[in-house]
Design a protein around this ligand. Sequence first.
Ligand code: NDP
Length: 249
Amino acid sequence: MLDGKHALVTGGGTGIGLAIARALADAGAQVTITGRRESVLEEVSGGGITYVVMDVTDEESVQDGVAAAVANSGPVQICVPNAGIAEGRALHKTDTEFWRRIMATNLDGAFWTVRESLGSMRKTEWGRVIAVSSIAGLKGLKGAAAYTASKHGMIGLIRGLSEDYLGTPFTFNAVCPGYVDTEIVTRNAKAIAERAGISRGEAREMMVGANKHGRLIAPEEVAAAVLWLCGPGSDSVNGQAIEIAGGQF
Ligand code: NDP
């Protein structure tokens, strides 16, 4: 289905990004995954997946990283800004350094990744931008205003670009998962447990319960939605924020 297409997946060495990279590679795409830890990327590369080390909080690193990916594998026709960090803090504990770190990773990183990828995509006849936002991109997540703002921002970016490029062969969508079974949930269970004075198991159960169907989502379920947005017949789906959360939020 995706033979001859080059896909770029930021944060593609782990979790949701890795599941997306594998699904796209299985469908025939040449996939470039990015992240800061070369050993992690190296371990999962092969079988249609290559890697570029890139820090999405650094504009020059994104420019150089995307340029290297294009030089290696051709124009980026599927761009998946997925790299992100999920940390929560009450407003009075949110200093500028914390705010900037969340924004730089989740929002600046997505902006630079899409802008740099579009340079090559626009020279082709078909393209998809699929941002990994969150349910926190659509509703407020208690105790995580900065994260919520960054994920809302990603959806704003996608909606704005979908208007800018109307009538072109390029579409812009976001997927918005609920709690997905990755390291982020494990790390957050630890942080919530410490903050709330409960066990990690109880904290994890709180996250499981927040998904409407009462279970964690598999990374592959998010990847399946991304694959569908790249598949035949998806051309008219544009500017959407698609919930993958087991129910409506
Ligand atoms: P992971 O922690 O496994 O993935 C995050 C990825 O982002 C890592 O591969 C990491 O690689 C990369 N990354 C983080 N910071 C940077 C940076 N500065 N530069 C480059 N890469 C970076 O968690 P998930 O797979 O769960 O998260 C993926 C996305 O999904 C995130 O945007 C997250 O907000 C979103 N999401 C996750 C949910 C969940 O419940 N798990 C729910 C909803 C959305 P490295 O550290 O090597 O740089």
